[in-house]
Design a protein around this ligand. Sequence first.
Ligand SMILES: NC(=O)c1ccc[n+]([C@@H]2O[C@H](COP(=O)([O-])OP(=O)(O)OC[C@H]3O[C@@H](n4cnc5c(N)ncnc54)[C@H](OP(=O)(O)O)[C@@H]3O)[C@@H](O)[C@H]2O)c1
Length: 253
Amino acid sequence: MTSSQPPGQTVAIFGAGSDIAMAFARLRAPLGDQFVLIGRNETTLAALAADLTARGASATAVQHADFERTPDLPAVARAAWEQFGGIDVALIAYAIQPDQAAAELDPVAAERAMMTNFVSPVVLLGELARRFRMQGSGTIAAITSVAGDRGRKSNYIYGAAKGGLHRFLEGLRHGLHADGVKVVDIRPGFVATKLTAHLQRKGPLWATPDRVAKDIAKAIASGRPVLYTPWFWRVIMLIVRRLPRPLFHRTSF
Ligand SMILES: NC(=O)c1ccc[n+]([C@@H]2O[C@H](COP(=O)([O-])OP(=O)(O)OC[C@H]3O[C@@H](n4cnc5c(N)ncnc54)[C@H](OP(=O)(O)O)[C@@H]3O)[C@@H](O)[C@H]2O)c1
């Protein structure tokens, strides 16, 4: 956290049960922030709220939401906004990781992944953006993924949703620039969380939620437009994006 970060901000986390989001919230709590924690597992969120209070949070509130239910999202955004009379930092952290092979054969699974990982954040960000615009300040951050940088056979349904969000956030940033609202696109690589519990998580490319959360806290404090975290993913994805197609097609990742 930089010393330029104003103390005691209102931080709303959508998908606050995410391991990365919880690590971020624990970093922010000593600043005396007040938190709106939104998600579907209220037991996890209540425990997080107690932990944040013990670490210095000035106030916490837990709100229930199932982000797959897109018609509910305008009310979810309104409740979060009204909890403390505005939001300084909104972090969108929820997602599901579909089984790529299964989702290729099951249109319902593919649709669900696109709804949760793309349509839902787009609807929610739209609801938040017009409030931020009227407020004339604040930071909107969303966790996307390096998977959105190039479509790969191992995860292109998840990657397509994240790549779509990259474009959406880019446009949103352009649209909110003159209003003094920052938009931060957070692109982690491999992080050891619940989302990746089914994978072999060994090797130098894997990061902890705490490591990634530190980068996120800095990027939000500075309003950095696009964050690759850890830093080396910027280099890796530069190479992956530029790999000529004949070479790319010979890879198996
Ligand atoms: N881990 C990685 O390697 C990695 C890499 C790149 C990007 N990311 C991104 O990082 C973000 C955070 O993920 P994570 O790694 O911290 O994984 P995580 O711990 O599994 O967090 C994902 C969260 O999304 C919530 N969620 C999913 N669908 C929901 C729904 N319909 N309604 C309410 N909540 C819902 C889950 O709620 P429950 O707790 O109730 O299940 C969970 O708390 C995601 O956007 C993910 O795509 C992760």
